[in-house]
Structure formats: structure tokens, C-alpha cells
Design a protein around this ligand. Structure first.
Ligand code: NAD
Ligand code: DAU
Length: 356
């Protein structure tokens, strides 16, 4: 069982990273310090951890810094005597990678390389580099079958190609230099604090506000939805117990077509929020729009290695997880406002306008 003293969490102001930091402080026996290393791009929001900073201030440090800056990375690892890194920081949205792939290469590939180099320079002081990756590196499934740890890589989007590249670099640093690493590849996360460019929060907020619900194509693409808290327990388990050099796939055992997800969300918002002024059910807002370029048809994860090796399992079901998530967005308008203004809005206006 590994234990850690000073954790560097990259991308800790983002969706999964902020949930992870809260999880480690509140739900595990970790007694050390967490340094949240984040550049606060449009997707980073310091508000997401305001409560953690207030409660765990002595053990929580926020560093506004960029992983593309190799010197800043090195300086952070040395200054805070980091013994483990959990690497979330990335450009994470597929649609953005289609309109503007440059940042994906710089952050996801070069940024990961900078971290690996600095981690290697710490020598024996570094006990683990945990890399958070995605099932999108495996490409797209047909109607049957699952991704697992032995599935060959076949990424399609600039986003997934950049993540695949970062996974290969992490393995190369383990195989070549003996850097202690673990990797998790997981399916679509949902839950509190997710930027509303992703399917579930976008649909919740548009449904609440009576705006169109843009479903790509026929809405028959399939994703395997995993509650972010279940993802956090999986990462912490792998970090503590997995052999160096190993990979684990993490999934929700919760496959759904997009149209099924959107319809469920409409029903939840109808039940939990005031009705639309027209009285129409939210489902009437569903609008089929042009499909995403190169849209992967189906993702589904076989997580039996993680279940078998460590007894990990999901605590959330689709029913309670989706309802908890919808309630969270309805109950946190201040957070929603904080994320929908500033850089996020400016980026959407500048780049998506070009697409028409
Ligand atoms: P996110 O977009 O919500 O957050 C990314 C965070 O990284 C932000 O806080 C941002 O400010 C920070 N960041 C971006 N570029 C940076 C840079 N150059 N230097 C420092 N910080 C930078 O992402 P997320 O959804 O929380 O995803 C986290 C990780 O998990 C990513 O590596 C992603 O590929 C992976 N992942 C996500 C999902 C999902 O469903 N969201 C599923 C599987 C894997
Ligand atoms: O599978 C893991 C991946 O899941 C992560 O690696 C990515 O970081 C994360 O963004 C997510 O990628 P997806 O592309 O699957 O997620 P997104 O929420 O963008 O879309 C989910 C599905 O919904 C996908 O089939 C596209 C569709 N969609 C999405 C949006 C934003 C729509 O139909 N309409 C929309 O407006």
C-alpha cells in the first residue's frame, strides 16, 4: 500500500480534478498536503474549491501555473518536495479539438512530457506518477464488445490522439527510465462542477432555461456514464495499490444512447424545476443538429480487472447519479454563473461562431 506526503495535482481546478481533491481531503485518510497546479484556462474555476481552501487551508496550496512551462513545473516539484503526481491537466473537449487542435498538442503532449521530465529528475524522491487518461484512445466500438486494458490504441479525434500520445510517453518513461507510473483510462464522467460545454450539464441548463437541446445526428451514439465520485475512488485505489507500470480501465457499466440520456434529463428537470412558461415538456426542446466530425459511435468499458484486483465497484447507479447531478446544477446557480462568464463565454463566441 503506497502512502503519500505531498501530492501535486495538475488540473485540480477542472471538473474531475476538483472533485478528486475534495474526495482525497474529505473521504480518505490522506494526512499530507495537496498542491493544485492549474493554469485556469476557460475550464478551470477556483470557485470549485473555495470550500476546500477554507477548510483545509493549511494543507492545500493553489499554484496558478502552466504545465507547458517546463521551468515552472520543475520549480513546483522541488519547492513543495512532491512525492507523487496525479496528472489531470488537459484540454479535454473533443469539439474544441476539432476547431482548434493546437492547444491539445501543446498541453496534452508537451505538457505531459514536461511533467515526466521533471518527475524523473526527482529520482527516488518521487514514488508515483499517476496519469489520468480516457477510453477515447481506443477508438470506436461496434454494437457489441468492450474496451479493456489490452485493446489496441486507435484514436480518431485530435483530442484522443493527443491523449494517446501522452499515454505512450508515460509508458515510455516507465519502461526506459524506471519512472514509477500508473495509468487509468476511463469512460465519460458526469457529476457536480462540470463545465456546461459537455453533454449532461449543457442539457440540464438549456432545459432549465427553455433553450434548444442540440443532439448531434440521430442521438444514437453510445457512451458509458461514470459518476465522477466513482472515478475518484478508482484513481485513489489504483494509486495506493496498483503495481508500477500497470493500467486500469474504469467504467460505469452504464451504457446509454445520447437520446436516452437527454430524454431522462428532460424528465428530471420537468420534475425538479418549475415548468416552462409554455407548459410544454422539456423533451420538446430536443433539436437534432449536424453531427460531430468523425463522431465515435460507441464507447463501453470492461472494468473487471479493477473490480477483480481490488474489489472496486461503482457506488452510483444511473438513477441516483443522474438525479443527484441535475439537483446539483439546479441548486448551484452561483457556480454556474461563475463558469459561464469570462474566458468560457469568450472562447465559445470566438471559436464556435466560426463553425456556423
Ligand atoms: P476539464 O477540462 O474540466 O479541466 C481541465 C483542467 O486543466 C482545468 O482546470 C484547466 O485550467 C487545466 N489546464 C488546462 N491546460 C492546462 C495547462 N496547460 N497547464 C495547467 N493546467 C491546465 O477536464 P476534466 O473533464 O476534469 O478532465 C480531467 C482529465 O481527465 C483530462 O486529462 C481528461 O482527458 C481526462 N478524462 C476526462 C473524462 C471526462 O469525461 N471528463 C473522461 C476520461 C478522462
Ligand atoms: O469517453 C471519455 C471522454 O468523454 C473524455 O475523454 C472527454 O474528455 C470528455 O469530454 C468526454 O468526451 P465526449 O465527446 O464523449 O463527451 P461530450 O459530453 O462532448 O459528448 C457526449 C456525447 O454527446 C457525444 O456522443 C457527443 C454528444 N453531444 C455532445 C454535445 C456537447 C451532443 O449530441 N450534443 C452536444 O451538444
Amino acid at each position: 500500500m503506497r502512502t503519500f506526503r505531498n501530492l501535486l495535482v495538475t488540473g485540480g481546478a477542472g471538473f474531475i480534478g476538483s472533485n478528486f481533491i475534495r474526495h482525497v481531503f474529505e473521504k480518505t485518510d490522506f494526512a499530507g498536503r495537496i498542491v493544485n497546479y492549474d493554469a485556469l484556462t476557460y475550464a478551470g474555476n477556483a470557485e470549485s474549491l473555495a470550500d476546500v481552501a477554507a477548510t483545509f487551508g493549511g494543507r492545500y496550496v493553489f499554484l496558478h501555473a502552466d504545465i507547458r512551462d517546463a521551468a515552472a513545473v520543475r520549480e513546483a516539484l522541488d519547492r513543495y518536495e512532491i512525492d507523487a503526481i496525479v496528472h489531470f491537466a488537459a484540454e479535454s473537449h473533443v469539439d474544441r479539438s476539432i476547431v482548434a487542435p493546437d492547444d491539445f498538442v501543446q498541453t496534452n503532449i508537451v505538457g505531459t512530457f514536461n511533467l515526466l521530465q521533471a518527475a524523473r529528475e526527482r529520482g527516488a524522491a518521487l514514488s508515483l506518477f499517476h496519469h489520468v487518461s480516457t477510453d477515447e484512445v481506443f477508438g470506436s466500438l461496434g454494437p457489441t464488445g468492450f474496451f479493456s486494458e489490452t485493446t489496441p490504441y486507435a484514436p480518431h479525434s485530435p483530442y484522443s490522439a493527443s491523449k494517446a500520445s501522452s499515454d505512450h510517453l508515460v509508458r515510455a518513461f516507465h519502461d526506459t527510465y524506471g519512472l514509477p507510473v500508473t495509468i487509468t483510462n476511463c469512460s465519460n464522467n458526469y457529476g457536480p462542477f462540470q463545465v456546461p460545454e459537455k453533454l449532461i450539464p449543457l442539457m440540464v441548463l438549456n432545459a432549465l432555461e427553455g433553450r434548444p437541446l442540440p443532439v448531434y445526428g440521430e442521438g444514437l451514439n453510445v457512451r458509458d456514464w461514470l459518476h465522477v465520485e466513482d472515478h475518484c475512488t478508482a484513481i485513489w485505489t489504483v494509486m495506493a495499490r496498483a503495481e508500477s507500470g500497470s493500467t486500469y480501465c474504469v467504467g460505469g457499466r452504464n451504457e446509454r444512447t445520447n437520446i436516452d440520456v437527454v430524454t431522462r434529463i428532460c424528465a428530471l428537470v420537468d420534475r425538479l424545476a418549475p415548468p416552462l412558461p409554455s407548459g410544454a415538456p422539456r423533451e420538446s426542446l430536443i433539436t437534432h443538429v449536424a453531427d460531430r466530425l468523425g463522431h465515435d459511435r460507441r464507447y463501453a468499458i470492461d472494468c473487471s480487472k479493477l473490480e477483480g484486483d481490488f474489489g472496486w465497484t461503482q457506488a452510483y447507479t444511473a438513477e441516483n447519479g443522474f438525479e443527484q447531478t441535475v439537483r446539483w446544477y439546479l441548486e448551484n446557480p452561483k457556480w454556474v454563473d461563475s463558469v459561464r462568464t469570462g474566458d468560457y463565454r469568450r472562447w465559445i463566441e470566438r471559436n464556435y461562431a466560426k463553425r456556423g
